[in-house]
Design a protein around this ligand. Structure first.
Ligand code: NAD
Length: 508
């Protein structure tokens, strides 16, 4: 494996931090109108590079290439083992380049390098997992009918699928969609987030190196309202898989309705973490702190609402304050950094406005100290919003930063009601040593994914996604391949001279 020793400065000289082009029909290309936009380093606030700004004409080209590759190219008719060899080859190239990918991700997003290393390392497994899944599990069913028919199903790819991804864990989330989409035989146009294009560009290079046939995978960089909206509106795009904000999800569903597209929505969250008085408090504390302050708090499943039982609240808060003071804030490229800067100015202003609002709403605000080398970046120190209640806006709205809202409760019924009194339903965490209560509460909380006595640990086989305003549909496991990236087709075969009504036939 190559070893990269990049700093934020010298990465500029590297190929993948050169100006970024679109990747269409197996070639890197400027946008049709030649426009570009700046990509900013959230730690130094300096320009890393410029990015081709794709728009409708570029989406047209990318979709045409993907359609051609689906209809006439070798991808659809390729033997399964051959297609899966390509998918596994992508995983191998990711492994070869993983050190560089982790560096690019930290540089582009402000996520600490020790965390991007772990996160990007999982990307190769996304491809290997779906190669295995498609080879062993993607098969239909047979329905024998009274010796007259055999009806069977086949699961077929949709055609061109549009993938739209956010900036908070770019490489991980892109590969999480690209892997099942390609493994099932679709062709892809990816519109990555405009705020974090470096590793999306790297993915294009990885796939190029893996030698996929031209047009099978395409990337159009650009903004949501132009490139993203054109992808959603395109009549030859059969489906759109989206991860991002709830409000954007609503817009995409509305726009996709015109062409009757299938959509998958992975949206925002405001997930509760509930600590009962009988919990292993030290472990609950570790999980609560990690769950909101790792990934700079920019994690969809973050435990941004923490409900503490009255009996343990004071001690727990005291421990939280100590933890918040000790979290290492700094340069994302430094291996010891635990919390880096937020993605950019606009997001920083949004998070800062919620902290101001918390003060206005009557919360006690406790924050860690920013070191002196963090003045130019978009840093929000780890923040506790204490004495909150569930009706406050800071308890109801997704802040998406290192900000924990802390709320007291007394009874199981009360905390279930509070946990569910919100529009979101992505994840939830229950801490108790009473096994019955753990199951009861987990089953009662309205969310797609619950963890009992654990932090958010991943299992690629599970249905990943949320309820209520947190999403529609599930990714992960066989859900992605059966419920989204393929269509079941049923074939009815008569195996007898079964009766056919003789409609309009003259009787002899
Ligand atoms: P966002 O909705 O602002 O943007 C996401 C993507 O959508 C970007 O690529 C953007 O360019 C594109 N987009 C914006 N407007 C569009 C439009 N009109 N048509 C088509 N595309 C459009 O989200 P974000 O700020 O990048 O990401 C953070 C959000 O993502 C948070 O709400 C977070 O909870 C959510 N998220 C959810 C999950 C999940 O699995 N549920 C995972 C990660 C992030």
């Amino acid at each position: 494996m190559k070893q990269y020793q990049y700093t934020a400065q010298d990465i500029k000289g590297h190929q993948t931090a050169d100006d970024i082009k679109l990747y269409i029909n197996g070639e890197f290309a400027e946008a049709n109108d030649g426009e570009t936009f700046e990509n900013i380093n959230p730690f130094t606030n300096e320009v890393i590079n410029r990015v081709a700004s794709g728009k409708e004409a570029d989406i047209q080209n990318a979709v045409a290439a993907a359609r051609e590759a689906f209809v006439s190219g070798p991808w659809g008719s390729m033997k399964l083992a051959e297609r899966m060899a390509y998918i596994n080859r992508i995983a191998d190239v990711i492994d070869e380049e993983i050190e560089e990918i982790a560096v690019l991700e930290a540089l582009d997003t402000g996520l600490p390098i020790c965390q991007t290393k772990k996160m990007t390392a999982r990307a190769a497994e996304n491809f290997r997992f779906y190669a295995r899944m498609v080879q062993t599990k993607l098969h239909g069913e047979a329905y024998p009918v009274d010796g007259e028919f055999l009806n069977y199903t086949v699961y077929q790819p949709l055609g061109v699928v549009g993938l739209i991804t956010p900036w908070n864990a770019p490489f991980m989330l892109e590969t999480w969609k690209v892997a099942p989409a390609l493994a099932t035989g679709n062709t892809v146009v990816l519109k990555p987030a405009e705020l974090s294009p470096l590793t999306a560009n790297k993915l294009a290079r990885v796939i190029h190196k893996a030698g996929l046939p031209k047009g099978v995978f395409n990337i159009v960089h650009g903004f949501g309202e132009t490139a993203g909206a054109s992808l959603v509106a395109h009549p030859d795009v059969e489906a759109v898989s989206f991860t991002g904000e709830t409000t954007t999800g609503s817009i995409i569903i509305k726009n996709a309705a015109d062409t009757l597209k299938k959509t998958s929505m992975e949206l925002g969250g405001k997930s509760p973490l509930i600590v009962f008085d009988d919990a292993d408090v030290e472990r609950a504390l570790d999980a609560a702190v990690w769950g909101i302050f790792s990934f700079n708090g920019e994690r969809c499943t973050a435990n941004s609402r923490v409900f503490l039982h009255k009996a343990i609240k004071d001690d727990f808060i005291q421990a939280l304050k100590e933890r918040v003071n000790n979290i290492v804030i700094g340069d994302p490229m430094d291996a010891s950094t635990q919390l880096g800067p937020l993605i950019g100015r606009e997001h920083y202003e949004k998070v800062a406005s919620y902290i101001k609002l918390a003060q206005e709403e009557g919360c006690e605000v406790v924050q860690g100290e920013l070191p002196v080398n963090c003045q130019s970046g978009y840093f929000i120190p780890p923040t506790l919003l204490l004495n909150a209640n569930n009706n406050m806006r800071i308890a109801q709205e997704e802040i998406f930063g290192p900000v924990m809202t802390v709320i007291e409760f007394e009874t199981e019924e009360e905390v279930i009601e509070l946990a569910n009194d919100i529009k979101y339903g992505l994840a939830g965490y229950v801490w108790t040593n009473d096994i019955k209560k753990g199951h009861r509460v987990a089953q009662a909380v309205d969310a797609g994914m619950l963890w009992v006595n654990a932090q958010n640990v991943r299992d690629l086989r599970i249905p990943f996604g949320g309820t209520k305003a947190s999403g529609i549909g599930r990714e992960g496991g066989h859900y992605a391949i059966f419920e989204f990236y393929t269509e079941p087709k049923v074939i009815h075969v008569s195996i007898s001279d079964h009766h056919i009504p003789q409609f309009g036939k003259k009787q002899s």
